[in-house]
Design a protein around this ligand. Structure first.
Ligand SMILES: Cc1ncc(COP(=O)(O)O)c(C=O)c1O
Length: 386
């Protein structure tokens, strides 16, 4: 640790970071270019996908993923999309931004991911897609979700903004549904400050998303390099969809590319830190619920979630914060002022339990076992178990 604070995320520049960032500055080419293309290729390859489309955030990637599907499959305004009742607001916001209706489904009490057993009952004649979220770094149960999607004719968009490289029965997140969306925002596993990428194996989705992040522009002209093509002259100011200005620069691509070969190591260190902490807290299992990795999954531990079984979480969070350990609420959604009117109280008991009692702390690769030991000691001390 650089500081004494045990925080939620970590970004460190290495030699490669300086080399790549300087190469961008020296080249004078800061818009979408060779490094952005390389990042798309390497990231999508790591996630078993043929295509990767960069954007300026995970939210933008989700936005264009759903919009691409809506345009290609001619879905209508007001059609429904199933989302989990515990996630970051962006997952549900992009459904509304696409003029569709989010239908919430409660989450599983152990994994905190969407409860697949409750999805079927939420499907109606207007349901078009499911957006499972790989919350805190663990894949949702995509075996179950994909079988419902296939039998009901629905599309799936993985919100993998909190997850990289994790596997579900050996298949990698990002390739488990029709499109996968990742975030490079601060405190995420691979961070470039901002940024996002959508991965898929369907060229129709990839080219529509690439157009949508570029104002809905004709796919023949996506970057300045395309201007050399003969037909591009007449088509570079042709717009086929109502798109967005969601582009990223070569500088973010340089920051992300510099970390990509260390990504597996970063995830492995997070897993080790999480396991170390759980081993030291296991005696408190009557007091707090520790993270649980479902059989068939690997977990990339963007953070370490804890749910209080007894007592007031704010007292424990204050105790942790006072000891220099950063905490956050566990992604409450259905009690947000913006969503409260759409939610029937009592319909999502597990989400409500998590909202009342859940929080998370960091277990990232920049933390040592000494740091994790300190976290364990502070929690044990709180429960008088030291
Ligand atoms: C589950 C989830 N979805 C979407 C997002 C949005 O990503 P971004 O902040 O890059 O827009 C986040 C970001 O924290 C997230 O945790």
């Amino acid at each position: 640790m650089n500081s004494n604070r045990i925080g939620l995320g970590d970004f460190r520049a290495n030699d490669k970071t300086y080399r790549l960032v300087n190469s961008v500055l020296d080249s004078g080419r800061i818009s979408y270019g060779p490094l952005s293309r390389q990042l798309e290729e390497e990231f999508s390859f790591l996630h078993s996908c043929e295509y990767g489309v960069l954007s300026n955030s995970g939210t933008s990637s989700l936005q264009v993923a759903l919009q691409a599907m809506k345009e290609i499959h001619r879905w209508e305004d007001g059609d429904e999309v199933i989302v989990p009742a515990v996630t970051f607001v962006a997952t549900a916001n992009i459904v509304l931004h696409n003029r569709m209706k989010p239908v919430f489904v409660d989450v599983d009490r152990d994994t905190y991911n969407i409860d697949p057993r409750q999805i079927d009952a939420a499907v109606t004649g207007r349901t078009r897609a499911i957006i499972p979220v790989h919350l805190f770094g663990q894949p949702a149960n995509m075996t179950y979700i994909s079988s419902i999607a296939h039998s009901r004719g629905l599309k799936t968009i993985e919100d993998s903004c909190e997850c990289v490289l994790a596997t579900h029965f050996m298949d990698t997140v990002g390739s488990l549904g029709d499109i996968g969306c990742f975030s490079f925002y601060m405190a995420h596993i691979l961070t470039a400050g901002v940024g996002g990428i959508a991965t898929c194996n369907d060229p129709k989705y990839a080219s529509k998303m690439r157009s949508l992040v570029n104002h809905g522009r004709d796919g023949i002209y996506i970057s300045i390099d395309d201007g050399k093509k003969e037909e591009a002259m007449s088509r570079r100011f042709r717009f086929e969809s109502v798109g967005h200005s969601f582009r990223i620069t070569e500088l973010e691509a340089a920051l992300a590319l510099a970390q990509i070969e260390d990504l597996a190591y970063m995830v492995a260190r997070r897993q080790e830190n999480a396991e170390f902490l759980s081993n030291h807290l296991v005696m408190l299992e009557d007091e707090i619920q520790l993270p649980y990795t479902e059989s068939g999954n690997s977990h990339s531990f963007m953070m370490y979630p804890i749910v209080m079984k007894n007592g007031n979480k704010w007292d424990l969070c204050r105790h942790l914060e006072d000891s220099g350990i950063e905490t956050r609420e566990m992604l409450p959604l259905i009690n947000q002022p913006v969503y409260m009117d759409m939610i029937d109280t009592g319909k999502f008991p597990v989400a409500e339990w998590i909202n009342r009692n859940g929080f998370y702390i960091g277990c990232h690769q920049g933390l040592t076992f000494d740091d994790m030991y300190k976290v364990a000691e502070v929690i044990l001390d709180y429960f008088g178990a030291l």
